[in-house]
Design a protein around this ligand. Structure first.
Ligand code: PEP
Ligand code: CO
Length: 468
């Protein structure tokens, strides 16, 4: 097999295990190294979850986003869990994602690139290595593929066997998503079936209006002879998968050489991102991501130095390829106006090709009076709006939204049309990590930003034209 298609000289020596020569934060310590190595060996012989050609296709879609010709919607659980693994949950996530995409397409006029935080989003970086309850201190929960939420010494011990269960869960989740995407569920003639019975507020009314518009458009197309029977694009969607490239031993085990090109691809997902806590230039996570050809995300927050982010885009994308890098901004509603312009200006000055995506979740986490971790929906909206405003004034395209959401009727984020309060949080608080928008809140967010995308996409297209 031919290797060495990489442009810079250090790439020719890159190997999936090169990250081991660099310091890596947030990796668990396994007591039984032999057991871990056996599991990793097994994983490295398992079939890839995704194929290199699919990741390349996603990169092409993302290149369109970078030109203002499409919009990226990325979302799903903060952390997938073994307990919430159920076909109905996967179905409801899929329904909600389709609904949000439809709302965004109808109002922005742009195709939506659909990227789930799903089928592999298990491992979590935590703010503290240990957790103390009633005077007992134990290692923190690190995600279901590493240890258990159960607060006892055995549960909190990292167990390599969990990696096999996570692989199996990811494979069957992806299998169902592929079936839904291609098997008729995503047919535009079935938009009414994507509704969720518990979404009863304003978002539901507005969605019904969109349904009517789509139905009228389909009638018109059918009269012109274009139907979902004779046009695949009306009955199928592309849904891609993503997760944080955090647990490097597993990412290494899932990295394979693509036999058609000789390039390395991480086959655990189409898209991988580097978290806000592991994006050190000289760290293991960046080293790993340098060598894989998948499209990549980099989380940026108030602690990121714009020059360092520029450098990261150079190191991770030496050819400045469109669609390779998505910068996922998660500043917080009260900081985005202050920090984002500087980052945009540095990236523009350096001429770096990036997609700008807004994560209005991770900078807005607060502790409710009842002790639950929550996010006020109004702050999520406010950060998203500010993100669009900043791009509008910088003349750049706000190309994506990255959210933590679930198709379930949970009570994890306060506010929204259901007016969830601190006191309601305990009703249905199911997340294994950060609080997620429920179906009603996520749909409301889609409606709220769809107008902003339209304004921004017109602006961006004009400025791209002027520049050329
Ligand atoms: C996350 O996306 O769940 C996460 C941990 O984000 P960040 O790295 O931005 O804190
Ligand atoms: Co999170």
């Amino acid at each position: 097999m031919q290797l060495g298609l990489y442009t810079s000289s250090c790439m020719s020596t890159w190997k999936p295990n090169s990250w081991k020569s660099k310091p890596s934060k947030h990796l668990p310590e396994y007591k039984d190294q032999d057991k871990l190595n056996n599991v990793l060996k097994e994983l490295s012989n398992f079939p890839p979850l995704v194929f290199a050609g699919e990741s390349r296709s996603l990169k092409e879609h993302l290149a369109k986003v970078s030109q203002g010709k499409a919009f990226l919607l990325q979302g799903g659980d903060c952390a997938e869990s073994f307990a919430e693994f159920h076909p109905n949950n996967i179905r409801d996530f899929f329904k909600l994602f389709l609904q949000m995409s439809l709302v965004l397409t109808v109002s922005s006029g742009l195709p939506i690139v659909k990227l789930g935080r799903i089928a592999g989003q298990f491992s979590k970086p935590r703010s503290a290595p240990t957790e103390t309850k009633d005077g007992v201190e134990l290692p923190s929960y690190l995600g279901d593929n590493i240890n258990s939420m159960a607060f006892d010494a055995k549960g909190r011990e990292p167990d390599p066997e969990r990696l096999l269960k996570a692989y199996s869960q990811s494979a069957s989740t992806l299998n169902l998503l592929r079936a839904f995407s291609q098997g008729g569920f995503a047919d535009l003639n079935k938009v009414h079936l994507w509704n969720m019975s518990f979404v009863k507020d304003k978002a539901k009314e507005k969605y019904n209006e969109i349904e009517q518009k789509v139905s009228n458009a389909l009638d018109f197309m059918s009269a012109c002879g274009i139907t979902s029977e004779n046009n695949r694009r009306l009955r199928t969607v592309n849904l891609f998968t993503s997760h944080e490239a955090l647990l490097l031993p597993v990412e290494e085990a899932m990295t394979r050489v693509d036999s058609t090109t000789g390039e390395y691809h991480d086959t655990s997902a189409h898209f991988l991102w580097i978290g806000d806590r592991t994006r050190q230039l000289d760290g293991g996570h960046v080293e790993f991501c340098k060598g894989i050809k998948n499209p990549l995300g980099i989380k940026c927050g108030p602690t990121s130095d714009p020059e360092e982010i520029v450098k990261l885009t150079e190191v991770l994308n030496p050819d400045n390829e469109a669609g390779r890098i998505t910068l996922i901004a998660r500043f917080g509603h009260d900081k985005v106006q202050k920090f984002l312009p500087k980052l945009i200006q540095a990236i523009k000055k350096a001429g770096r090709n990036v997609i700008w995506s807004c994560d209005p979740m991770h900078g807005n986490t607060v502790k409710a009076s009842t002790g639950f971790k929550t996010r006020p929906f109004e702050n999520v909206i406010s950060e998203t709006k500010s993100f669009f405003e900043v791009h509008q004034s910088e003349g750049t395209f706000a190309g994506g939204l990255h959210i933590e959401m679930t198709g379930q009727d949970v009570t994890e984020c306060i506010g929204g049309a259901q007016n969830i309060t601190d006191k309601d949080l305990s009703d249905r608080y199911h997340t294994h990590c950060d609080p997620r928008l429920n179906a009603s809140q996520a749909l409301e967010l889609a409606f709220l930003i769809s107008g902003e995308i339209k304004k921004n996409s017109n602006f961006s297209k004009t400025s791209i034209k002027e520049a050329s």
